[in-house]
Design a protein around this ligand. Sequence first.
Ligand code: PMP
Length: 379
Amino acid sequence: MIYLDYSATTPVNYDVLESYIRSTRDFSGNPNSIHSLGVKSKALVHSAIKQISDTFNVLESEITFTSGATMSNNLALIGTSLANMRMGNHIIVSKLEHPSIYEICKYLESIGFEISYVDNKEDGLIDFEDLKKKMRPDTILVSICAVNSETGIRQPLKMIRQVIKKENNQTFFHSDMTQALGKVPVNFHDVDLASVSAHKIYGPKGIGLLYKNSRVPLTPLLYGSGHTNTLNPGTPPVPLIVAFAKAIRLATTDLDKRENFIKRLNDKVVEDLKKYDGVLINHSNICIPHILNISLMDMKAETFLHALEEHEVYVSTNTACASGEISTSVMAMYNDLKRASSTLRISFSHLTTTDEINKFLLYFKMVYEKLSFMKKNEE
Ligand code: PMP
């Protein structure tokens, strides 16, 4: 098998899985119980939270565990909007967000919020002038993805924050950092709220977190008991939390070394794919190397994906969460419907080997030639 879909999800790291198993076995008490088994579990959860908050240099109380980045995004956008509606009803998002953000925006519009979409340059960089123009006294929230999931475009969050705060110091800044964590350095202090997910960083599925600076008022979306996780009440999933803490620790080390290696793999693939007339590389100098997006100008990406799958090669058509639709991100970059209609995302990991890349390029050639031949015969 050649797995090149690491941005959709990652295989769980063995040590992470072991800590999940060990904490499931040895910490069966409910952290909300006051007896010794509960206290033991609660202490374990606290040490995991402390480890995470130390890694990001934030307060323990600023971390809320969620079920994943989709829930973190919901909590961030809806919770902040509801809590600040007396200040205004205007929200700005980019055209390079994950589909979950657009679905949340649709809901917010349906309950009376107004959404503006900030433009970006052709390389994907947020257009700062347009952002300035769109900022208003009633803008309560700006949400901009740290790394776009389809193309790997990375935004300079610190600079964006400066623009936002200069225009309106009351506006909160959220970033979906799901595709950034574990790939490039992330700094929660660049933003007021941040979403991340464990299964993108070799952690278990079913847990993510929302960082929320203590200054940000946020209306909870869920109500219940338990004091560990006030914005997501109920019994804390001890093994998931412990495993997530471990995954974060492992994913935030050796970033440079991993990135350099992945860049070499990416360069090799780009160099090879350039030779196909019908392939366009959707790439700019602000894309991280872990994600490579291409357009197949004469073929359906879905057909290509399934043909690769016959050789046990796994990639994505745009994001796994929006398969079958046009790529909003490629559209936002090039404003070219044909180019955005048939895109493939190839995503690499430090686990990817040069041998896998060589085989991938071979299978790509076979599939490309076969589908081109079939297409010519149909015409
Ligand atoms: N945001 C981004 C940028 C993503 O790539 C994803 C996963 N495709 C999500 C949010 C949703 O994450 P989760 O699966 O943890 O809900």
